[in-house]
Design a protein around this ligand. Sequence first.
Ligand SMILES: C[S@@+](CC[C@H](N)C(=O)[O-])C[C@H]1O[C@@H](n2cnc3c(N)ncnc32)[C@H](O)[C@@H]1O
Length: 368
Amino acid sequence: MLPTSMKAGGFYKSHSLVQKMVIEKSLPLIAEAAARVPLPDSGRPFTIVDYGCGEGKNSLIPVGAIIDNVGARQKGLDFLVIHNDLPSNNFNGLAQDIHADGEGSYLVGKGLERRIFALLAGCSFYGQVAPDASVHFAFSSSAFHWLTDIPEGSIADHVFHWGATAEEGKRIAEIGARDWLTLLARRARELAPGARMVITMAASEKVTAASGEPNSAHRITNLLNDVLLEMVKERRVDRRRYRQFAFPILMRTLAEVVAPMQGPDAPLAGAFSVEHATVHRMNCPFTEAYKQTGDRQGFADEIVASVRAFTEPMLIKGLLLEERQDRDGREARRLADEVYLRMRQRVLARPEAYPFNVVQLTAVLARR
Ligand SMILES: C[S@@+](CC[C@H](N)C(=O)[O-])C[C@H]1O[C@@H](n2cnc3c(N)ncnc32)[C@H](O)[C@@H]1O
């Protein structure tokens, strides 16, 4: 099994501008949900969980917004915040950001009005993260599109699911449906009656004439696959391993996301009502900046670093590392440098061809 993991040591935090933008777009939905969510019995804390929180400051934004909006409804309400991610996540960096004295933490300036307790939960969101009926507000951004796993050899001629054959795609859709049902069933147990869950995740949609892109970050991540194929042809990357490897990611459609909760036979229709569910598109923020500044190098650096932040650890572990010959992983890291350098060269040559356009699914679910 290939554990999902972001590039650590602050790299993800520094190169997750797109994810931050997506969170900021969800703030009005957070405010609306926070106005409706039932408050706990007197004396009990209001519990928030951010699932797949990542290593850094992005997680502080939604949590801060939830605390501000819910806190405004009841003076002296205590908050319990659980930041959840896999054990491989850089929780140390996150803890430092939460408890930093500087700007940006939801703890800053709020301690006198209300008590906030922050906990870190290093476990998979495919299991139960909190006790039954204990969570009042759940949030997750850019995380629920990561699957439990994709078995080796699931996609022979691409490293992302949209490059699968029809037969391969069917199998991945089945894994995706099974995982999504598991994830929702776990949330159904831990969310209290009336709790809200605000979700944003990368999605797939029909290609439009304007965008020409069927899923989030399509062109720039396709470029990663093109570069890998080039290196396979040059025998720098092993062909057999390339055919075994795929990123455990699935950008679902809107229909796939609501299916377990809507319709007469939907298994979780009794657990959740779907208050909001849309797929929307956002232009690449780096392309917009490039149009204004003309800074080609800056554009290429930033866009490639953004892809590197969420692909490199899995690429090294799943494809580039030959454990028997490369015990300390130096050769794999060198190959990874080369992969991202080649991507950068291609982007530099044709910046307009490689935007990081976002196709994002946003949903608000209410626990019945
Ligand atoms: C792209 S990052 C998003 C981080 C943050 N929410 C943000 O918006 O910047 C995806 C995160 O999901 C986490 N993740 C993936 N699968 C997970 C799982 N099964 N359980 C918990 N976290 C998971 C990854 O470790 C990673 O930190």
